[in-house]
Design a binder for this molecule. Sequence first.
Ligand code: GTQ
Length: 350
Amino acid sequence: MSQLGTLEDLPIDYRQGLTDHNLVPLWPSLRAALPHGRASRRTQPVLWRYADIRPRLMEAGRLTPIERAERRVLVLANPGLGLANMQATPSIYIGMQLILPQETAPNHKHSPSAVRFVVEGHGGYTAVQGEKLPMERGDLILTPAGLWHEHGHEGSEPVVWMDALDLPTILFLEASYCIEGQPQSVRNQGDASQTAYRRAGLAPYASLDRAPDKYPLKRFPWKDTRAALTDLAAATDPGERVQLAYVNPQTGQECMPVLGFSALMLRPGETARPHRRSSSAVLHVVEGETQALVDGVEIDAGVNDTFAVPTHAAVTIANRSTSRPAFLFQVDDAPMQRRLGFFEEFEAAA
Ligand code: GTQ
């Protein structure tokens, strides 16, 4: 491999002439743009402990009324990417949102797509296009691009959920914007998508004569996800991956276009050694105590803790308990990478 020329190799007046005409020579930057063998990453394998987030979120509840926040959220920002950029990974925005009893977060719609994964509390709800969706711990709620959504809370204790958005990509594309709306008139049939698509393999008969809906199912209750993982673990050999993707029940494809969502279970004492992937991810512990190794960085994540996995990272995740399973929720950008044609899973463990 020959040594590439640097900027400094070039006469100063030549460089100035390039700059004056908005031109840049490629070769001094070629290796930075196309590093050999593995993507270069600024994303750090960072852990956000819920014990550090929760008191600050509750303090935000006292400091900032909902009217002054619209969405009362603390963003999990990766220091490697610059805190102000609000990226957990280059493509994944993660926020922890607090809503207090009787509060409402006003109706709006935007070009980024969001999901909510409930962390604690009862009685919260999200209305999506007039459909009121209950939110209990571990439930996944979809609020895709362009659909009206507002949040409320009819219970008595604080409700916290994790927001996962494809915001960094939409911002990067200079395509992020929001429209505010009047409060939704909630339709009579709450949680209709969950009623219509309650069970995998059963779909409303009339759906056969329609083009697939983009988002037929908008709420995935944790109760069902957990039971499905537990059954899958019992039916498969130890060491086989127990991971279920949240999909569009009409197409079988990922439920959202940019980010992917899945839930995984680690059997008691089990260590998962997934192949390195070209996608980045955020993992959130729903149940249990885990110990992850991400590019050599040790991460001890317990209940409600969240950590970032950079692209191309070498990962192992161990369940620290030998008697109880551990459950995690995963956000990754594999759907976008698949659609753009460069998603890879690398065969050999690094
Ligand atoms: O709840 O609609 O964390 O619009 C960031 C942007 C939450 C929301 C976020 C949003 C929302």
